[in-house]
Ligand binder design. Structure first.
Ligand code: ATP
Ligand code: MG
Length: 234
């Protein structure tokens, strides 16, 4: 059947399974050339001026794809980008089949008191973030929901996969990396109760794995202090 130019993706999405409706994007499960895929669609926001909205949406789509490719080039796990449609602002990504978010994994592992398993996970998180920052990728929205655990085969370790790079950018500044870690620290400690020691393990592993960690950790300390001062004032 003949199809008008620009309608193929919307038609595909109308048949896809909606996984998550967020404030900025809808996430679907679909197939791309027979492979299980995740489609992230950034839809227009009516409260924004249409020209500004189009610009912001385009920029986030570009940033997401660019950072994923940069990570993958450096051997850092992130989903394969199958296809990008800049008309409907859709990114087609490899689905990490059978994965769970680190958030869900920590929550269930905490309940069953498997401390050793959590420590290994914190270590893996420190390592992958160190490698990402050494490539000068700043994630911009680090949370435990934006990391997936791909289950390994029996004797294999499960593998961490970074996702959701819409707010990412490239920077070599230790300050930007320190703020990235600060955002994660805030999210981590508020999502997962009593995990201060676990987050310290993550930072220790980050420090051991990154070539440039000392300047970053120094900045993290500064940013924390600034945050504390601000909360004392207001
Ligand atoms: N490649 C993938 N494979 C499997 N599951 C995924 C994949 N990408 C996303 N998901 C699932 O969909 C959820 C939402 O995806 P994502 O974090 O990219 O969108 P979002 O949080 O809505 O984005 P944004 O913060 O830009 O609004 C993830 O937490 C994860 O559960
Ligand atoms: Mg997310």
């Amino acid at each position: 059947m003949a199809q008008e130019k620009g309608t193929a993706v919307p038609v595909l999405l109308s048949k896809a399974e909606l996984l998550k409706q967020g404030a900025e994007a809808r996430v679907y499960r679909a197939e791309f050339l027979g492979k299980p895929a995740i489609v992230k669609e950034r839809f227009p926001k009516r409260y924004r001026h249409p020209v500004l909205d189009e610009k912001l949406t385009h920029r986030r789509t570009v940033q997401e794809v660019r950072s994923i490719l940069r990570c993958r080039k450096a051997g850092i796990s992130a989903p394969v980008v199958y296809f990008v449609d800049y008309t409907s602002h859709c990114i087609f990504l490899e689905e990490i089949v059978g994965s769970s978010t680190v958030r869900d994994h920590i929550a269930s592992t905490q309940q069953s008191c498997k401390d050793q398993e959590l420590e290994r996970l914190a270590q893996q998180m420190g390592q992958i973030l160190a490698r990402m920052h050494d490539e000068d990728v700043i994630h911009g929205d680090l949370t435990t929901s934006n990391m997936l655990l791909r289950r390994g085969t029996e004797d294999e370790e499960s593998d961490l996969v970074l996702i959701d790079f819409g707010l990412s950018y490239i920077s070599a500044l230790p300050e930007d990396k320190g703020v990235d870690l600060y955002v994660l620290e805030k999210a981590f400690l508020s999502t997962h109760p009593n995990t201060e020691a676990l987050f310290q393990k993550l930072l220790k592993s980050y420090t051991a794995s990154s070539k440039k960690s000392s300047a970053v950790i120094k900045k993290l300390d500064e940013v924390r202090l600034r945050g504390r001062k601000r909360s004392m004032v207001g």
